[in-house]
Design a protein around this ligand. Structure first.
Ligand SMILES: [Zn+2]
Length: 174
């Protein structure tokens, strides 16, 4: 009797933990996210814990669409200003190349800690707007390399690494 109670309790805990860590990812964004994570591994950027702090990575029809200006993607936050969802405008689905750039742009805001854009319209993934997504996609490998190597999280990590190395050298010199 006691044993089965323990087992039940154990099962309950496991279910609870899984439910807590449930991030819903739209199937159309999943391959791009997997691809983005491959680069994270390559550049040694942690993404796993951050991923499970999110609720949704989703395609939505609630973002502004107009001939003048459309919001193609954004991060939405909870009342404590913590990022809750990464959302992409459904209209981006009409073009696979735009989808790729917009998805990487939004993923980078969150996972690479880009709090700001790097320019207004300079033909880079982290520009505010892009007049030509085609140019970015044409130069994709370089674009992604720049995106990762210039990212706040990558620079921060490099600084920490060089401070560590510096203090080790000091230690060795003593
Ligand atoms: Zn942005």
């Amino acid at each position: 009797m006691k044993k089965s109670f323990v087992t039940l309790f154990g099962l309950f805990c496991v279910t609870f933990t899984i439910a807590q860590n449930n991030v819903k990812i739209d199937g159309r964004l999943k391959p791009l996210l997997d691809n983005f994570f491959e680069y994270c591994k390559e550049y040694n950027i942690e993404y796993y814990d951050k991923l499970f702090e999110l609720k949704n990575i989703d395609i939505v029809d609630t973002l502004t669409v107009s001939p003048e200006v459309s919001t193609l993607g954004m991060l939405t936050r909870d009342k404590d200003n913590k990022v809750e969802n990464i959302v992409i405008n459904w209209m981006v689905l009409l073009d696979q190349e735009i989808l790729k750039v917009v998805a990487f742009h939004e993923f980078a805001h969150y996972f690479l800690e880009y709090e700001k854009h790097i320019c207004d319209d300079c033909g880079q993934i982290m520009a505010v707007v892009n007049s030509s997504y085609f140019d970015i996609v044409k130069d994709w490998d370089n674009q992604v390399k720049k995106l990762f190597m210039d990212s706040p999280i990558y620079k921060k990590r490099k600084t920490v690494a060089s401070i560590n190395q510096h203090s080790r050298q000091n230690y060795l010199a003593n």
